[in-house]
Design a binder for this molecule. Structure first.
Ligand SMILES: [Zn+2]
Length: 247
């Protein structure tokens, strides 16, 4: 009887230990994501932020830490909360971390993020050049990897994103991408509803302003103009504001 009791106790302790370790890994991962998330909130409202996106695609479910949609491109961000010296190349299947002589392998995050981009490419019907994949490590990591892709420490993230200044999407294209991402079937339901409502409200406000002769971009006065393709509304603050809308 006593032996069974002791055995039961040992098993219980073992289970608690395993659960605690698993939770710890999960907590550390979440902390990594949260820290990057905190950084991303400093971006202006021309950047649309999606956190912890789940995509169900071809019977597979993909989780993407962060997607930032802007007229400068779609930033796809993979977060790694791994301490120590990080070694790896673009082509290797696994990267290694080295801490106090202890080695640990993990799947190549550049490849992992590349597969996220591919999924988004198909889903959003966009070419590869519209995406900027970024792998972010927390400051506890020392990067020794050899890569042609963007692999950075989280404190460089905002600077890296803001470096992209070439406009490659129109406002309408940005709206479409944001709408499509917001209506993903696996997207967190509450967030999805809020996002869709926000976007719809934005579009409606824009429409109303144009109707009232107000520029939706800078609140200037809209002026009817004639161009080679017919009549259009232009902003009185041109060339500072380049808003145009066909009539
Ligand atoms: Zn304007």
């Amino acid at each position: 009887m006593n032996e069974i009791f002791t055995l039961g106790l040992l098993i219980t302790i073992l289970i608690i230990g395993v659960v605690f370790r698993l939770n710890r890994a999960k907590r550390l991962g979440k902390r990594g994501e949260r820290s990057v998330n905190f950084n991303l909130h400093f971006l202006s409202d021309e950047y649309h932020l999606f956190n912890d996106v789940y995509i169900c695609f071809n019977d597979k479910s993909v989780q993407i830490d962060h997607i930032v949609v802007s007229k400068y491109g779609v930033f796809v961000i993979e977060t790694k909360n791994i301490k120590g010296w990080i070694f790896g190349t673009d082509t290797s299947e696994y990267w290694t971390k080295n801490m106090y002589g202890k080695k640990y392998e993990f799947y190549n995050p550049v490849k992992q993020n590349y597969s996220h981009v591919k999924t988004l490419q198909t889903l959003l019907k966009l070419s590869r050049d519209k995406f900027i994949p970024i792998v972010v490590f927390l400051p506890e990591a020392i990067l020794k990897c050899k890569t042609n892709e963007i692999v950075i420490i989280s404190n460089k993230l905002l600077k890296t994103i803001r470096k992209y200044k070439d406009v490659i999407f129109t406002d309408n294209e940005v709206d479409r991408i944001v709408m499509e991402l917001s209506s993903l079937p696996c997207f967190d339901k509450k967030m999805r509803t809020k996002h869709v409502a926000d976007i719809k409200k934005d579009i409606e406000v824009k429409k109303q302003k144009i109707k009232s002769g107000i520029c939706p971009k800078c609140n200037g006065v809209l002026i009817e103009r004639k161009g080679p393709y017919g009549k259009f509304w232009g902003c009185s603050n041109y060339p500072k504001c380049k808003f145009v809308q066909k009539i």
